[in-house]
Design a protein around this ligand. Structure first.
Ligand SMILES: NC(=O)C1=CN([C@@H]2O[C@H](COP(=O)(O)OP(=O)(O)OC[C@H]3O[C@@H](n4cnc5c(N)ncnc54)[C@H](OP(=O)(O)O)[C@@H]3O)[C@@H](O)[C@H]2O)C=CC1
Ligand SMILES: Nc1c(N[C@@H]2O[C@H](COP(=O)(O)O)[C@@H](O)[C@H]2O)[nH]c(=O)[nH]c1=O
Length: 332
């Protein structure tokens, strides 16, 4: 299965990824660089083109010791796999090769072949950090799921430009980070965009030994996101769907909405009277899309989908997102 692809870059107000000098130009402020570090800590591999290695000589490691320790506690290496695209070889003295802290591999091939190769190695979440040619290549091939583009308050005048192509971007979020502005966009069909977002929300769940970590997004028929959340956000026993539906109350738009959940809604609860399938049916939601069928870990015969279908709710599983749902559910 191909990984979920996050492309990340910072651009100046005039659209440049760097200036025209040989020195590396840092565009993001310290708060945004810390956010990028957090994103790095959440992925399995970081990919750049050899041009970025030659120009910037990056290390591509997770910087914060507490983030490295958290990865090790989850059974992961302290920093993600470093992947350099090149048709040749990288200089052995380049920091991405010479500095310890993560394994480094080189790859060549079309974007699809590169993603297939990484998927076969168990990479579920990939972060592409540039540069200009590689971002353009993956965007144009329609193989980027999420783009995090940071606008930095600098005017550079000349240098490599951020350019794209291919599928239409859909705005998910804008966030001010220090003096920078993060624009988060997703690509692809609405079901894929919202379900991938729900899967990633599961990473926010407080850990639990007796319940799954799940993310949920509820979307109106006009595309408006009505609510989003994750397990145990508001209460230690809350399922993701339960918290989101409680916050939405009797919103009439629910009767034409789709509920996206990283995990099949439950059909049985030990700790609460109503399973999520009953809550969804009672809210009048006509459509559910999920990534991962509930395994029989906590109940003997998961039946949420069957219960929903029995009352006329359309239930659809998108298997493409199952590895992402599982990967994000097991983050501690
Ligand atoms: N502001 C930001 O967030 C960022 C800015 N940058 C900037 O971007 C610039 C670098 O961009 P650019 O020069 O376009 O270089 P890239 O980093 O995009 O690398 C391009 C090189 O990658 C290799 N390559 C690309 N695609 C493939 C493929 N499919 N298979 C095999 N090899 C491949 C080739 O290397 P080879 O020639 O060895 O075969 C190619 O020359 C720098 O100025 C850097 O500072 C970079 C990252 C982030
Ligand atoms: N200049 C720039 C970025 N550049 C990216 O960060 C890499 C440097 O990483 P490292 O040396 O390992 O910490 C660099 O090679 C490129 O991929 N990123 C950003 O978020 N904002 C910026 O302004």
């Amino acid at each position: 299965m191909r990984p979920h692809v996050l492309a990340s870059c910072a651009v100046s107000l005039d659209g440049f990824l760097d200036d025209a000098t040989p020195q590396r130009r840092i565009l993001s402020g310290p708060a945004d660089l810390d956010r990028v570090d957090q994103e790095r800590a959440g992925v399995d591999a970081i990919l750049v083109g050899a041009g970025t290695v030659r120009a910037d000589d990056p290390r591509l490691l997770v910087r914060a010791p507490e983030r490295r320790a958290a990865r090790v506690a989850r059974g992961l290496p302290p920093s993600p796999l470093r992947v350099v695209l090149t048709t040749g070889a990288i200089d052995p003295s380049a920091r991405v090769q010479a500095e310890p802290g993560a394994e480094t591999i080189t790859l060549a091939g079309s974007p699809g072949e590169v993603l297939d190769a990484l998927g076969a190695q168990g990479v579920v979440r990939l972060m592409i950090e540039g540069g200009a040619a590689v971002l353009r290549e993956f965007l144009t091939a329609g193989l980027v799921d999420e783009l995090q583009l940071v606008l930095a308050p600098q005017l550079v005048g000349d240098g490599p430009r951020f350019t794209g192509g291919g599928r239409a971007p859909h705005l998910v979020e804008t966030r001010t980070i220090g003096g920078d502005v993060l624009l988060r966009h997703r690509f692809g069909e609405a079901d894929d965009r919202h379900l991938a977002e729900a899967c990633l929300l599961a990473e926010h769940c407080p850990p639990s030994a007796t319940a799954f970590s799940v993310g949920c997004v509820v979307v109106a028929d006009d595309g408006t996101v009505l609510g989003a959340g994750w397990s145990r956000r508001d209460h230690p026993l809350d399922h993701a769907e339960e918290g989101v539906l409680r916050a939405l109350g009797n919103d009439p738009r629910l009767r034409r909405a789709t509920l996206y959940s990283s995990l099949e809604p439950c059909g049985e609860r030990a700790s609460r009277p109503d399973p999520c399938a009953a809550l969804i049916a009672r809210a009048g939601i006509p459509r559910v899309v999920h990534a991962w069928s509930e395994p029989p870990d906590f109940v003997t015969a998961p039946s949420g989908s069957a219960q929903l279908e029995a009352v006329g709710v359309e239930v659809m599983q998108l298997p493409r997102w199952e590895p992402l749902a599982i990967r994000c559910a097991t983050r501690r």
